[in-house]
Design a protein around this ligand. Sequence first.
Ligand code: BES
Ligand code: MN
Ligand code: ZN
Length: 516
Amino acid sequence: MSPAVTIEFVPFDAAAKPAQGAAEGAPSVLVAFAGDDLALSATTREFLGSAVGRYERAAAAANFKGKNGSAVDILAPEALGFDRLLVMGTGRAAKKDAVEDTLPDHAGLGGALMGRLGRGVRATVMFDLPDPPADPSAAAAELALGIELRAYRFDVYRTKKKDEGERDGPVHVTIAVADPAAARTAREKRAGLAEGVALARSLVNEPPNVLYPESFAERAKELAKLDVEVEVLDDEAMRKLGMGALLGVGQGSDRPSRLVVMRWDGANGQGDKKPVAFVGKGVTFDTGGISIKPAAGMEDMKGDMAGAACVVGLMHALAARKAKVNAIGAIGLVENMPGGKAQRPGDIVKSMSGQTIEIINTDAEGRLVLADVLWYIQDKYKPAFMVDLATLTGAIMVALGQEHAGLFSNNDELADRLIKAGKETGEKVWRLPLGPAYDKLIDSKFADMKNTGGRHGGSITAAQFLQRFVNKVPWAHLDIAGTGMGSLANDINQSWGSGWGVRLLDRLVADNYEER
Ligand code: BES
Ligand code: MN
Ligand code: ZN
């Protein structure tokens, strides 16, 4: 995939003329920022010179109030040397920064900016906010990240242009900042993050005839180019390990199942230090199995591997920036199909842990997959913690909508760290309870447990089920059915598959688990 956008940092005095070279011949745009009082910073005013008057007239005529996300987009006066002048409102973003110590939403500002720019342009951004951020270099790097995230498109399967009138072509963005070297350093810390998110999004967006357990495993293997060690277990290997819960889900499909374990050893002393572990549900298509789903919207179940996609995108991000941490990413890949060999309601399967499970509903398959993967990872790698991600229950959308992912954890410190990273990245999580009274709801008449808990608290009983496969290790479960796919479009994401969780977990690692 050739990048849709290239970004570089330059000092303010180098911004006077549109950048040559990249995207040459494309229309040039000068981008400036105004606060909610319409004020431009002194540097920007000076830079714009006589164009300030034109901007002020246009702002008045367009009733532009400098609100965050709004903009005036005008033909630049000849003397400016650019074709367009785009003034973006920062209103609230600037205010928020003044109040809170954490990074404000500069990624969102970059995303909104990218949305206004469109394709096939050369932009020069005067990153000189009317309300200067505490750390301008980090803010500039976040702006760049937002631009990249917004530029993502999934159009590999389009043979025709959607809109003939739309300008196309790559975008080149030159960001003028006070300290370009510091901005570059800040950006290096985010190297590969936009790529990791894009990778996760694309995996979710891919159709299920293209992305199935084997082909997904092949895509994960490509991480080897970043020195991630990738191991793939097939049905036979999993049978030997006793993974009856995972294999039971896959047995109705003609496509064999896979378990992929990715390892990034970035800590000093490499493999010595306990790894952190991420586990993803990778149901490449969920028909429901014999407990088949209704037809309406079933196509969305190609996204039932968003947890696994996030884990692959995260491993990409960690390896690309050479994170000083040992990390394991494990994904259980199956296709849940009805068929002559499919498992039935009433079947009893034996998990790798030795515990038996009565299948009540074959559509509660994600927890069966995760049960074996969680057990395998904690047993084999003795991780410092495990975080799993899964599009596990429709019930989580009833509870939280699409704004927060559900968080369940046996460890307050890990939960609090996830909540904090969520606030910092905008990938928010909301903690829900676990407890023995809920756990009782999955006791079975015939086996150690059953795979559904009845009508009430569906997301909680699903989490209780997972917890039965977690021993003493700190663990958190993120139910991303509402956030990982079918996402609401926002400033930094217009894609159906959102890549949710890559930035959250990258931040969790960076804030808490990396050597300095
Ligand atoms: N993959 C689904 C959950 C889901 C639903 C994800 C909608 C994204 C959007 C999961 O495997 C499932 O079918 N869960 C059932 C559980 C029930 C049978 C206990 C559900 O939520 O209805
Ligand atoms: Mn299901
Ligand atoms: Zn599912």
